[in-house]
Design a protein around this ligand. Structure first.
Ligand code: ADP
Length: 257
């Protein structure tokens, strides 16, 4: 399960990177192609010693453009399916998976709230984020400990980094080794890791950070060395009715909001 998670992370990161690079590259290519095109058209008849290398340059640029188009297609290939969801229900559905990933020395407790507001997220991305946080918590508790996952409705005033309003907080708390401030300062950097080469990619938290921003929310990390870490994901309160995953699309359209 973990190897798969690491692979998925790497792939997604590569997708994001190539997407960004391909996009920039495409813009630069447009300048190159435009320049060659102008030169070709302004070249008087004859001058074959110049025309020939120009044609070759154009051919190369067009091949490069075709390649970047393919890369952009690959980067866009990850579909996002954001639907009104119940964070507590999604956590409850993950209990078995979490138990398997966490192992025997760590106690896992889930404290779901009732009457939770719906959030609008891609279920797959949500589960991936929670799984990442759980793996981090496990790695921080090599001698055992407790992992608590909880949910709550919260209303923020204008004082925090997020816009004032209603949010659903999903908190992941561990009793692990925690982090010093200089580590906390860097945890959202892609590829920042303190783990051994084949144990961490340094992509988990940067990805969750991106996911939370895309969701219109945020992530907050509060850590104390030798005490533990509390990671809070804040999702904006969504409109609509959260549909339990087990129900069908028919039931969803039957909801009266
Ligand atoms: P990775 O887990 O692959 O290293 P992350 O982006 O998920 O990448 O985490 C970056 C770093 O943040 C970790 O290497 C670790 O040093 C630190 N970290 C993350 N979560 C925790 C935690 N719950 N307790 C202690 N340290 C953590």
């Amino acid at each position: 399960a973990e190897e798969k998670l690491r692979q998925a992370q790497k792939l997604e990161a590569i997708g994001q990177l190539t997407g960004g690079i391909a996009h920039d590259f495409n813009n630069m290519l447009a300048v190159v192609v435009g320049g060659i095109d102008v030169a070709q058209r302004r070249l008087p008849p004859g001058h074959d010693t110049v025309r020939q290398p120009l044609n070759q340059a154009m051919e190369g640029a067009e091949r490069a453009a075709a390649l970047t188009r393919r890369l952009l297609g690959f980067a866009r290939a990850q579909p996002v399916d954001a639907t009104p969801s119940d964070a507590a229900a999604m956590l409850a559905d993950m209990v078995q998976l979490l138990d398997r990933v966490i192992g025997d020395t760590i106690r896992v407790r889930i404290e779901p709230a009732t009457g939770l507001w719906p959030i609008v997220v891609d279920r797959h991305q949500f589960e991936n984020a929670i799984l990442n946080l759980a793996v981090n918590a496990r790695d921080a508790m090599p001698d055992g400990g407790t992992l608590v996952l909880s949910t709550a409705n919260v209303t923020l005033d204008g004082d925090s980094a997020l816009a004032a309003g209603d949010y659903v907080r999903v908190a992941v708390l561990d009793t692990g080794r925690g982090m010093p401030p200089d580590v906390v300062a860097r945890i959202f950097e892609p590829f920042f890791t303190t783990k051994a080469l084949n144990q961490g990619t340094g992509l988990g938290l940067s990805q969750i950070h991106g996911f939370m921003q895309a969701a219109g929310g945020g992530i907050d990390v509060d850590s104390r060395p030798d005490e533990g870490t509390l990671v809070s994901l804040l999702f904006p309160r969504g409109a609509g009715v959260a549909v339990p995953a087990a129900r069908t699309a028919t039931a969803q359209t039957g909801a009266n909001r």
